[in-house]
Design a protein around this ligand. Structure first.
Ligand SMILES: [Zn+2]
Length: 828
C-alpha cells in the first residue's frame, strides 16, 4: 500500500513538471479523464492570428470538460511581436513563441497548428495583411488544416471587420470564413486530395465575442455558455488552467492570475445551423456517429464503471477487448484517433515506462550513436518486449518484462539518411510575408517530427502494440536535477563568422574571422576538404585578403573600395566549400520555460558600406528588454560601456559622450527610475541621454526626461510611410551627416512604435508621419523629440532602430550617429 502511494505522488510530481521531451507520466485520475474522453467523438478548431490570441479558458473547457478533440490554429508564429525576455527578433522570436504555445497546450490539452504566414508586425488593415501573406496561399493552408483536422465546429477569436483592432486579427477571421466553405468544395485546392484528405464541411462557424476594457462585441442575443467549471479529476477550474496556460507566453510578459468561479463565453453564429443551447447542438458526439460504433461505446461505459483508481492495470483486459473491437471497425478518422488514444491508456494503466535516450544533445549527420533503451513494467501483468526499431534498424528481444524490473539496453544506431534538424519552415528561403514549405504533409505542424524515434513492439495480454518514443538527450544537473532536452542532428562542418556585421565608413581595413567547427576525427577526409577549400565569395566593392592562420580559423582583412549610402551598399559574404554549397552555423536559444531550440543559418556576414561620420567615442549602454543596438554601435566604431545598477554613477557618466537606454529599459528596470537625478545632472553638465521607446507608462514619464511627455500606443506601421522634417534646421538633421529623404529608404517592418504625445513645449518634434490608413487624421509628430537641458541634450526616440540597425539599413546608422553627436557640435 505504501509503495503504491509513493508511486502516485511521483506521478503527480512528474506530470506537473513534464517538459515537451520527457516520456509522459499519467496518474490514475488522468487515466480516468482519458477513458471518459474515449467516449467523445467531437472536435473543435479555434482560429486566430498569433500565439496569445487564443482563449485559453475556452480551450481548456472544450478539451478537459467537454472532452472534444480541440485544436488552435494560430496563423503566425508571432515572429513580429516584441520580446520581453531577450534580444531575439523575427524568426528567432517565432521559434520561441512556437515553444511557448506548445507549453500552453500541454496545460490546456488542446493541439497546436500553424499556417505558413509570417507575422510582419502590427497591421492596420485586413487588406494589407492578406496581400502581404498571399491570400490564396494562406487560404490553402487553412483549408488543408481543416480537411486534416475535420472539426465539427470552427470558432474565430475576432470579428472580420475593424473591431478586431489589428489587420492580422481581422484577416484571420476572414480566412477562416472563406476556408469554412472552401474546405467543403471539391473544386478548391484539389491538389491536396493526393495527400490523403477529402472535402470537409464543418457544421458551424462561430465568432467568440469578448469584452476588452470598455470595448465589447458581446450581445445578449448571442449563444451563452458557462465555462468557469471545476474539474475534480484535475483539482482545478478552467479559469486556473487558462491562467497557467496563458502564463507560458513569457516572451510577451503575459503572466496572469488565476480566476475561479463562473465565467460566461458568448458566441455569435457566422455560418451554419442555428444553435441556441450548445455549440454542438444536434451534432452526435457519441460512438453512434460511426457504423457499428454503439457497442464500443457500451464497452467503454462498462470500462469506466469497473475502473479501479488504485489498480489501473486491472482495466487492461477490458481495454484490450475494446482495442480488438475498435480494430474491426471500418477505416475512418475516429477509428484512427481513438485507437491511438486507447493504446496510450493501455500504456498508462500498465505503468509501462519506455525511454530512449542519448548522452549528448547533438549528433553528427550520418554517424552512429549509442542509444540507451529503458523499459519497466510497473504492473503485475505479463508483458513481453518483442522488438525495438531505431531508424529502420530492428532489434529483436523476446524478453519477458518481470514486474518492477528495470531493463536497460544499449544499441548503436546509425543516423544514415536522417536530415539535419532544421525547423521545416526554415529549410527553404522565405517570401516577404510567408514561409515556403515543399512537403505538403509538414504544413500545419507546430514543429518538426522528432529527429529519431524508437518504436517499441510490446505484447500485452496476448495482443501486440507499438509505442513510439522520441530519442532524447537526458542529463542530470546539480541544481535542476534530471533534465530532458531534444536530440539535434548537426552537419559535419559548421562555419561561424565574426563579426556578422561589418560597417565601413572609409577605406580602413577591417577584420573578419571565420571559425570552423568540424565533426570528430572519424571523418577526417571531410575535415581536410573543408579546411582547404573554404573561401569567401567575391564581393563587389570590397577587397578581401585571405591570411590563413590556425587550421580551424580563417582570418580575412576586408577593405571597402567604394563607400556610399546607396540602397545596394549592403554586401553579403558566404563561406563556400568546393561544391559551392553555403556552409551553415548553428544558433541555439535556451530559456528555462521551454525546451532548447536549435536552428541553422547561412554562414555569412553583412558588409555595410555607408557614408557615415561620427562624433563622440564612448557610449554608455543600459540594456533594456533585449536588442542588438550595442553590436551596431561597436561596428560603427564607438566604444560601448555597459551600465547597470551598480556601474551607473555620477563619476562613471563623466567619461561618456552619450548614454543610450535599450528598448523598454524603463519598463524592465525599476532601479533605472532611481537614477533620474544622476542622469539629469549628467545632461545638465553637457551630456547626452538617448532613451529608446518604452510602453505602458502613460503619463508617468517625469522620471525619464527633464520635462514631461506622454507615452501612447500610436505607431506608424508602414515601413515606407513618408517622413516630413518639422525642424529643417535642427542639428540632428545636419551634424555630422546630412539627413535627407534617402535615409528613410529601405526600412523594414515599421517606422516607429509607442509614440510620444503632449510633450512639454521645451521639446522639439523632429519628424511627422502617418500610415496611409490614417491619412485623414493629423500626422504623428511623436516619433522623435529632443530637448536641451543645461548644457546637454535629452533625446526620446520611438523610431525602431532596434530593427533597422541589425537589418543594415544605412539611414538608421546615419541618424543614430547624429543623435549621439548632438552634444559634440561645439567641439567640432
Ligand atoms: Zn494578436
Amino acid at each position: 500500500m505504501k509503495s503504491l502511494l509513493t508511486a502516485i505522488i511521483i506521478f503527480v510530481f512528474l506530470s506537473e513538471n513534464s517538459s515537451a521531451q520527457m516520456p509522459e507520466a499519467v496518474n490514475a485520475s488522468d487515466i480516468l479523464l482519458r477513458m471518459k474522453k474515449l467516449q467523445v467523438l467531437g472536435s473543435v478548431l479555434y482560429i486566430a492570428a498569433h500565439p496569445d490570441d487564443e482563449n485559453t479558458r475556452l480551450l481548456a473547457w472544450l478539451s478537459k470538460d467537454k472532452l472534444y478533440r480541440t485544436g488552435y490554429l494560430s496563423l503566425t508564429r508571432g515572429d513580429g511581436g516584441q520580446n520581453l525576455i531577450g534580444d531575439e527578433q523575427g524568426i528567432e522570436l517565432g521559434l520561441i513563441r512556437t515553444q511557448e504555445l506548445l507549453a500552453a497546450r500541454r496545460v490546456d490539452g488542446a493541439e497546436q497548428f500553424f499556417s505558413r504566414a509570417y507575422d510582419f508586425g502590427f497591421s492596420k488593415t485586413t487588406a494589407e495583411s492578406l496581400k502581404f501573406w498571399d491570400q490564396q496561399k494562406m487560404l490553402a493552408d487553412v483549408v488543408w488544416i481543416i480537411r486534416k483536422f475535420q472539426p465539427d465546429i470552427i470558432i474565430t477569436r475576432f470579428p472580420e471587420d475593424k473591431r478586431a483592432g489589428h489587420g492580422q486579427h481581422s484577416a484571420s477571421s476572414v480566412l477562416a470564413h472563406l476556408a469554412y466553405s472552401a474546405a467543403a468544395d471539391p473544386k478548391q485546392f484539389p491538389e491536396q486530395f493526393t495527400f490523403g484528405v477529402g472535402p470537409w464541411q464543418a457544421r458551424r462557424l462561430f465568432f467568440n465575442a469578448y469584452r476588452f476594457g470598455n470595448f465589447s462585441t458581446v450581445k445578449e442575443d448571442q449563444l451563452k455558455i458557462e465555462v468557469g467549471g471545476y474539474n475534480a479529476l484535475l483539482g482545478k477550474s478552467y479559469g486556473e488552467l487558462a491562467a497557467d496556460s496563458r502564463s507560458q507566453h513569457k516572451s510577451q510578459g503575459f503572466g496572469v492570475s488565476h480566476s475561479r468561479g463562473n465565467a460566461t463565453e458568448y458566441f455569435s453564429l457566422t455560418e451554419g445551423e442555428k444553435a441556441d443551447s450548445s455549440l454542438m447542438q444536434n451534432i452526435n458526439c457519441s460512438w453512434q456517429r460511426i457504423p457499428d460504433g454503439a457497442v464500443v461505446g457500451q464497452m467503454i461505459d462498462q470500462l469506466i464503471l469497473d475502473y479501479h483508481v488504485q489498480e489501473p492495470y486491472q482495466s487492461i483486459p477490458a481495454l484490450v477487448g475494446i482495442y480488438k473491437k475498435m480494430s474491426g471497425l471500418k477505416p475512418g478518422y475516429w477509428k484512427d484517433k481513438k485507437l491511438k488514444e486507447l493504446v496510450e491508456i493501455i500504456q498508462a494503466c500498465a505503468g509501462l515506462w519506455l525511454e530512449a535516450t542519448v548522452n549528448a544533445p547533438y549528433a553528427v549527420k550520418n554517424l552512429t550513436i549509442p542509444v540507451t533503451l529503458q523499459v519497466v513494467n510497473r504492473s503485475p501483468l505479463e508483458i513481453r518486449l518483442q522488438s525495438v526499431n531505431l531508424n529502420k534498424q530492428d532489434t529483436s528481444f523476446e524478453q519477458s518484462l518481470l514486474p518492477g524490473v528495470n531493463y536497460t539496453y544499449l544499441r548503436n544506431t546509425s543516423l544514415q539518411g536522417l536530415a539535419i534538424s532544421q525547423p521545416y519552415w526554415l529549410v527553404d528561403n522565405m517570401s516577404a510575408g510567408s514561409y515556403n514549405v515543399q512537403d505538403q504533409t509538414l504544413i500545419g505542424l507546430p514543429q518538426n517530427p522528432p529527429a529519431l524515434v524508437a518504436v517499441f513492439t510490446i505484447r500485452i495480454s496476448g495482443e501486440l502494440f507499438t509505442f513510439q518514443q522520441p530519442v532524447i538527450f537526458k542529463s542530470t544537473d546539480d541544481v535542476k536535477g534530471e533534465t530532458y532536452q531534444p536530440l539535434t542532428i548537426i552537419p559535419s562542418v559548421m562555419a561561424y563568422p565574426n563579426p556578422e556585421l561589418v560597417v565601413f565608413n572609409d577605406t580602413t581595413e577591417k577584420h573578419l574571422n571565420v571559425s570552423l567547427v568540424t565533426a570528430p576525427d572519424s571523418i577526417l577526409e571531410v575535415k581536410e576538404k573543408y579546411l582547404k577549400s573554404i573561401a569567401l565569395t567575391k564581393v563587389p566593392g570590397f577587397q578581401i585578403k585571405n591570411s590563413p592562420s590556425a587550421p580551424n580559423e580563417h582570418h580575412y582583412l576586408l577593405k571597402s573600395v567604394i563607400h556610399t549610402n546607396q540602397a545596394d551598399g549592403i554586401w553579403v559574404t558566404r563561406v563556400l566549400d568546393g561544391s559551392l554549397d553555403t556552409l551553415v552555423q548553428k544558433r541555439t536559444i535556451t530559456y528555462d520555460h521551454i525546451p532548447r531550440i536549435d536552428y541553422f543559418k547561412p554562414s555569412k556576414s553583412t558588409l555595410l558600406s555607408v557614408d557615415l561620420k561620427t562624433a563622440g567615442k564612448r557610449i554608455g549602454y543600459v540594456d533594456g528588454a533585449g536588442d542588438k543596438v550595442p553590436d551596431a554601435l561597436q561596428a560603427m566604431g564607438y566604444t560601448v560601456v555597459k551600465l547597470n545598477e551598480n556601474s551607473l554613477t555620477a563619476s562613471s557618466l563623466q567619461e561618456l559622450d552619450a548614454v543610450i537606454t535599450g528598448v523598454r529599459a524603463y519598463d524592465v528596470h525599476d532601479w533605472l527610475w532611481g537614477k533620474h537625478e544622476i542622469l539629469m545632472d549628467y545632461v545638465k553638465n553637457g551630456g547626452n541621454l538617448i532613451v529608446q521607446y518604452n510602453r505602458n507608462l502613460g503619463d508617468d514619464t517625469t522620471g525619464i526626461g527633464p520635462y514631461p511627455f506622454k507615452i501612447t500606443n500610436f505607431r506608424v506601421t508602414e515601413e515606407d510611410a513618408a517622413v516630413r522634417f518639422l525642424q529643417p534646421s535642427h542639428p540632428v538633421l545636419h551634424f555630422p551627416n546630412e539627413i535627407t529623404d534617402k535615409d528613410f529608404q529601405g526600412w523594414i517592418q515599421e517606422r516607429g512604435i509607442y509614440f510620444v504625445q503632449r510633450a512639454d513645449p521645451r521639446y522639439q518634434h523632429i519628424f511627422s508621419m502617418h500610415d496611409a490608413e490614417d491619412s485623414m487624421k493629423p500626422e504623428q509628430n511623436g516619433s522623435l523629440i529632443i530637448g536641451t537641458y543645461g548644457k546637454g541634450y535629452f533625446v526620446y526616440n520611438c523610431l525602431v532602430f532596434f530593427r533597422e540597425l541589425p537589418a543594415a539599413v544605412p539611414g538608421s546608422y546615419r541618424l543614430l550617429a547624429n543623435m549621439i553627436a548632438l552634444n559634440q557640435q561645439k567641439k567640432k
